[in-house]
Write a protein that binds this ligand. Structure first.
Ligand code: AP5
Length: 215
């Protein structure tokens, strides 16, 4: 099952994507995670991507499609992929269609997680991630058992550099200008668009989502 998770920064794409990947037994491809890991490792991709991430701007489409193309060569993706935060522009949407078609695969659904702007800002300001294993917490909604320490591996919890207030404002503007138009794009396509109210607790959103996917 190939699924796209669409939604504004902080909507819960990563959170819901990780749960869906576990429950459906298919891998998740989060381009944001791939890019942050490349920045951390200081690779050529990371050096190029850093300025876009720090500014809250989108990384060029051809770079993103290159990441997708490479990820889809892994045998584990044959049963499907949860695309978390990819696609974000119409050229990316067209590019993904072409890549999947070329591999004899299809896109099964696009899931739109809708969240009020006030909640988005609060979620992002409370987000902390483990510097070691990448587990995500929220000081307001999903706190770790011990402050500043990852429940999973004991690593230190850090704030993402692009979660600074001015960068978040820009990421929200970029979402509205470049990514939100994909809602109409998919609405007009043959691929089902599933709208989910993401303002609810994590488990409630997940159960709703799973129910909608299996019915
Ligand atoms: P990316 O890492 O994808 O960031 P984003 O889209 O801005 O999304 P976020 O990770 O901020 O939020 P999320 O929706 O995953 O929410 P989360 O589950 O973490 O991309 C970063 C950058 O990389 C981009 O700005 C761009 O530069 C580049 N990039 C990536 N992909 C690209 C592409 N395709 N094209 C071009 N550039 C690209 O949840 C947020 C917080 O809320 C967490 O603390 C979580 O614990 C909490 N939370 C989640 N759900 C709930 C809930 N239901 N109730 C209470 N709290 C909740």
């Amino acid at each position: 099952m190939n699924l796209i998770l669409l939604g504004a920064p902080g909507a819960g794409k990563g959170t819901q994507g990780a749960l869906l990947a576990e429950r459906l037994g298919i891998p998740k491809l989060a381009t944001g995670d791939v890019l942050r890991e490349a920045v951390r490792a200081g690779t050529e991709l990371g050096l190029m991507a850093r300025k876009f991430l720090d500014a809250g701007e989108l990384v060029p489409d051809e770079v993103i499609l290159g990441i997708v193309r490479e990820a889809l060569t892994a045998p584990a993706t044959e049963r499907g992929v949860i695309f978390d935060g990819v696609v974000r522009t119409e050229p990316q949407a067209e590019g993904l269609n072409t890549i999947l078609r070329g591999m004899g695969r299809t896109l099964d659904a696009v899931i739109l997680i809708e969240v009020d702007e006030e909640t988005l800002v609060r979620r992002i300001s409370g987000r902390r991630s483990c510097a070691e294993c990448g587990a995500v917490y929220n000081v307001y909604f999903e706190p770790p058992r011990a402050e500043g320490v990852c429940d999973v591996c004991g690593g230190a919890l850090v704030t993402r550099t692009d979660d600074a207030e001015a960068t978040v404002r820009r990421r929200l503007e970029v979402y509205r200008a470049s990514t939100a138009p994909l809602i109409d794009y998919y609405q007009a396509s043959a691929v089902p668009l599933i709208r989910v109210d993401g303002n609810r607790p994590v488990d409630e959103v997940q159960n709703d989502l799973l129910g909608r996917l299996t019915n």
